[in-house]
Design a protein around this ligand. Structure first.
Ligand code: 6AU
Length: 238
């Protein structure tokens, strides 16, 4: 983030490998992180993952596979390491729901920790009517504390869910848009200023706000990078 002066993660939720790579190349100068949903890709081969990894090294960003694991430890261990996608072999970061309890964290950790990967937990969600609040959110934070920063590095959350004396967790936040407030399917958007300055989050995740207008992908990425970084610097100087 410091090196590139960006707290922007672009969510590349499109279904063709070539389109993903095209968007990634355009947004790369403006991002610290690229987020994938690898199970929506229609023409997936491991070449896509290898090319993403190569671009991540060359253009200096982290790959976050938004898999939202949600099963018992033994099952997620297999889902993370095996299958067609072999997620653990190419994504630096992935996420998990805490619904199954801490076994999901240790199961994923058995695969990801030796590879130097990291995990974030869903402590809150951006969609209207979601159930991740109150005691559920607090328990997610407690599970992260118990897991240790060498594996669980932060949260998907809508505000600063950790405490001042906690390890330096990352709060990564979706539901960010400068132009619209929702998508008609429950998604709720706030501005980078609301998310980073008002709510104390660290990284903004932006999907459709950036890739939807195919002729303005790079300029929209720049716009969100500038808004996100300004809100972050303003917060640090407060
Ligand atoms: O900017 P959007 O609305 O086009 O895309 C938001 C992205 C999508 C969602 O799957 C994801 O962020 N997301 C998540 C994540 C990252 O875990 C959690 C959540 O609560 N809301 C949400 O939108 O790829």
């Amino acid at each position: 983030m410091e090196r590139k002066k960006t707290n922007l993660c672009v969510s590349v939720d499109v279904t063709k490998s070539a389109e993903i790579l095209d968007i990634v190349r355009q947004v790369a100068p403006y991002v610290c992180m690229v987020k994938t949903h690898i199970d929506i890709v229609e023409d997936f081969t491991i070449d896509l993952a290898n090319e993403l990894k190569r671009l991540a090294d060359e253009l200096d960003f982290v790959i976050f596979e938004d898999r939202k694991f949600a099963d018992i430890g033994n099952t997620v261990e297999l889902q993370y390491s095996a299958g067609v996608h072999k997620i653990a072999s190419w994504s630096h970061l992935t996420n998990a729901h805490v619904v199954p309890g801490p076994g999901i964290i240790t199961g994923l950790g058995a695969v990801g920790k030796p590879l130097g990967n990291a995990l974030i937990l869903l402590a809150e969600m951006s969609s209207a009517g979601n159930l991740a609040s109150g005691e559920y959110t607090e328990k997610a934070v407690q599970m992260a504390r118990e897991a240790g920063l060498d594996w669980v590095v932060g949260f998907i959350a809508m505000h600063r869910v950790d405490k001042a004396d906690d390890p330096d967790f990352l709060v990564i936040t979706p539901g960010v848009g400068l132009d619209v407030k929702g998508d008609g399917r429950g998604q709720q958007y706030r501005t980078p200023h609301e998310v980073v300055y008002d709510s104390g989050c660290d990284v903004i995740i932006v999907g459709r706000g950036i890739y939807k207008n195919k002729d303005a992908v790079a300029s929209e990425a720049k716009r969100y990078q500038e808004a996100g970084w300004k809100a972050y610097e303003d917060r640090l100087q407060r």
